[in-house]
Design a protein around this ligand. Structure first.
Ligand code: SF4
Length: 227
């Protein structure tokens, strides 16, 4: 087992956050009517993708009936529909659909992780939960040595990504940079952090995040890689 796989195993068995342990289990037991037939994952959701990726995507946390149900990041919810459709469009995924762990989805040159690996109530994490889960993000950054661009989906992911870089001594940026859709910062000589609005239903239904805006972020990633 390599170091990345060992880290995934640690994640799956983690129970550091009592509130999230209780919630992810409760959701998995109670389910929702439309997924009554599912055997929910109900554990921390491991990261997913190409271990030699140049693109790292950092999300917020698994959705209660998305990743917490299927066991894979951004799989089985509306945010995932947006994300994988876009990754497929820009050549980072072999297909646009993500419905279950057995759907054949593969990522190319792209790896997906999150600020926290357990679904939180109301999609809101407490500061201490973010802090408890950050060591996993930190270790991931140290193991994914080919990463050149980090796309952070939402302000929480953006701040968590910066904090992880700062704590591991991988950036000289002295303070958290400002979050804004499309904002871009050089973290060090090799790596760039790009902010994006999260493709949550709240953002996509209201038009705060449009397809064109989301495409703009991944178009920029491709542009950076072509240099
Ligand atoms: S959120 Fe992270 S630290 Fe907390 S229980 Fe889940 S995997 Fe562990």
């Amino acid at each position: 087992m390599d170091k990345l796989q060992a880290l995934q195993q640690d994640v799956i068995h983690c129970s550091r956050c009592p509130r999230l342990v209780a919630w992810r289990g409760q959701v998995a037991r109670e389910k929702v009517a439309r997924f009554k037939e599912w055997d929910y994952w109900g554990k921390p959701v491991p990261s997913f993708g190409d271990p030699k990726a140049r693109l790292l995507i950092v999300g917020l946390a698994p959705a209660a009936h998305g990743g917490n149900r299927t066991g894979r990041m951004f799989t089985g919810d509306r945010s995932g529909d947006w994300l994988y459709r876009t990754l497929h469009k820009f050549g980072f995924a072999n297909q646009a659909d993500s419905s279950s762990c057995n759907d054949g989805l593969k990522l190319y040159d792209c790896y997906i992780t999150a600020s926290a690996r357990c679904a939180p109530p109301d999609n809101k994490l407490l500061p201490e939960e973010l802090k408890s889960c950050r060591p996993y993000l930190l270790k991931k950054l140290q193991l994914l040595i080919t990463v050149r661009v980090i796309v952070a989906l939402g302000k929480v992911a953006f701040d968590s990504s910066y904090d992880a870089f700062r704590e591991s001594g991988l950036t000289s940026l002295p303070t958290r940079p400002a979050f804004g859709h499309g904002n871009e910062y050089k973290l060090n000589e090799r790596q760039t952090l790009i902010a994006s609005f999260h493709p949550s239903q709240q953002n996509t239904f209201t038009g705060k995040l449009t397809e064109k805006m989301f495409d703009g972020v991944f178009g920029r990633v491709v542009e950076i890689f072509s240099r």
